[in-house]
Design a protein around this ligand. Structure first.
Ligand code: ADP
Ligand code: ZN
Ligand code: MG
Length: 487
């Protein structure tokens, strides 16, 4: 039985988060109103001349550095000629011969361990407009997207499965979001993946003929398309047929890839140097100053959390996957100095709550100091875990200091000293062993009693008052147990 191996290389387009387009001053913000952000230049009128957006270069360099690329001090634009209604100039300005970034890599976590995926290059180019095909046969054109800056990240053919490709794309998306070079909103098309795929018999040195599946806009489609296409190619080879080099389209509804066009040859595009733009020349100082704008990146943080704070790998990875979450976590730890407890809260209650409210951390306006405070209150046994969760719920909505919440929470609930005294009497009666421990010198049992009191009152006891009464009752018991010997 012949065994086959799948070879995958990805080309990932990412829209950069600049406020204006790559070569004109039109807004690059996403809008649903068609043809809102266009001008003669991005609509391809003759006589217009492009001016390069410096910020786009900076963002591209940031991603290049995050992917350990060599940043080229000389790079340049080329024209890629083709006709399509979404490309009004008749050519796309891109980088072909001299891309901005080269020869990087990105380490991903696969179930088999860390795998290094080569990054062949990253180049800067302009996006095309969007065609909307109507059912009556007419098509509409929206040029809002035309001229938005894109980077295209090209990997080496290092990926071997749908799973690896999915992990790579997800981790890459997290990394790019860290750099703030793009929001990577896949549903708005800010990140699109092309899959290049071939199969070969295991053990053969050469790659087989590849197909390219264009414009996948979810991780799920990336994985499904790869699965489908790899099986299709293997089937062809097994039945003695050849794989045709072509560009295919993924039909998500049907769950299959369909031919779109024969793959163009390089010569079809008649690439030549873009005469209307000067080369991009970067000094070492400029590159270094961009490097300084990069935050500590996910892998660095994951490793630090594990090494210095002893977090389990999966927790470290989850926290480090988002810059906002990781920053929040680190600030919480800074306050309470309890990294383990903080990680429980952040990966547990915090994420659960955000999920429930369909918010991202940035929108929640949560103060890490307050979470830190809450964690300390639990640590000091002034609160039980379940009460702390209730306080957290309130804190999430009101953004108040937990101490303040506890104070007012107590006031509106059980602040009646007589009522609390009854509860406390009951708790002490029901826990003779704990009472004996306490009286025998185990002062920690105090926290246990507080917990029981909270349980009895459904967490509604005024902590300060309960503490006072409990202390009084325990002191009374102590004195009665150890009557001062006279004489
Ligand atoms: P092109 O010039 O046609 O765009 P590139 O050499 O730039 O081709 O490669 C484009 C992408 O295809 C890269 O991600 C690369 O890793 C991948 N690739 C190249 N050859 C193969 C192959 N035989 N099988 C799978 N992927 C491949
Ligand atoms: Zn414009
Ligand atoms: Mg290429």
């Amino acid at each position: 039985m012949k065994e086959f191996e799948t070879i995958i290389g990805l080309e990932i387009h990412v829209e950069l988060a600049t406020s204006t387009k790559l070569f004109c001053s039109c807004s690059a913000r996403f809008t649903r109103e068609p043809n809102r952000n266009c001008c003669p230049l991005c609509m391809g009128m003759p006589g217009t001349l492009p001016v390069l957006n410096r910020k786009a270069v900076e963002y591209a360099v940031r991603v290049g550095l995050a992917l350990s690329c060599r940043i080229e001090r000389f790079s340049r634009f080329d024209r890629k000629n083709y006709f399509y209604p979404d490309l009004p100039k008749g050519y796309q300005i891109t980088q072909y011969e001299y891309p901005l970034c080269k020869e990087g890599y990105f380490d991903i976590d696969t179930p088999q361990g860390i795998k290094r995926i080569g990054i062949a290059e990253i180049h800067l180019e302009e996006d095309a407009g969007k065609l909307i095909h109507l059912e009556d046969g007419f098509s509409l054109i929206d040029y809002n997207r035309a001229g938005i800056p894109l980077i295209e990240i090209v990997t080496e053919p290092d990926l071997r499965s749908a799973e690896e490709a999915k992990i790579f794309s997800e981790d890459l998306r997290n990394l790019i979001m860290y750099t703030r070079a793009s929001d990577c909103k896949m549903q708005e098309g800010s990140m699109r993946v092309d899959v290049n795929l071939s199969v070969r018999e295991k053990g053969t040195p050469d790659f087989g003929t590849r197909t390219e599946i264009k414009n996948l806009n979810s991780f799920r489609s990336v994985a499904r398309a790869i699965q489908y296409e790899s099986e299709r190619q293997i089937r062809l080879l097994k039945s003695g047929k050849n794989v045709l080099q072509e560009t295919r389209r993924w039909d998500e509804a049907k769950g299959e890839s369909v031919p779109m066009r024969n793959k163009e040859d390089i010569s079809d595009y008649r690439y030549f140097k873009e005469p209307d733009l000067p080369a991009i020349i970067l000094s070492l100082e400029e590159i270094e100053s961009v490097r300084k704008t990069l935050p500590s990146l996910p892998r660095e943080r994951m490793e630090r959390y594990r090494r210095e704070w002893n977090l389990p790998w999966n927790d470290a990875k989850l926290i480090a996957s988002s810059r906002a979450l990781a920053d929040f976590y680190e600030k919480t730890v800074q306050y309470c100095r309890l990294p383990k407890e903080a990680s429980h809260w952040v990966t547990g209650e915090v994420l659960k709550k955000l999920n429930e409210k369909k918010l991202v951390l940035e929108e929640s306006d949560m103060d890490p100091k307050f979470l830190g405070k809450l964690i300390l209150l639990v640590k000091e046994e002034r609160l039980t875990g379940s009460v702390a969760k209730k306080i957290f719920d309130i804190m999430f909505d009101t953004k108040e200091d937990p101490e303040k919440i506890i104070a007012s929470y107590g006031r509106i609930t059980v602040k009646d000293a007589g009522q609390l005294d009854q509860v406390i009497e009951k708790v002490l009666k029901e826990n003779p062993k704990a009472v004996a421990d306490y009286l025998g010198g185990k002062k920690k049992t105090f926290g246990y009693f507080m917990g029981e009191i909270m349980k009895e009152t459904n967490g509604r006891a005024d902590t300060a008052l309960a503490k006072k009464i409990l202390e009084k009752r325990l002191a009374f018991l102590y004195n009665n147990n150890n009557p001062i010997k006279e004489g």
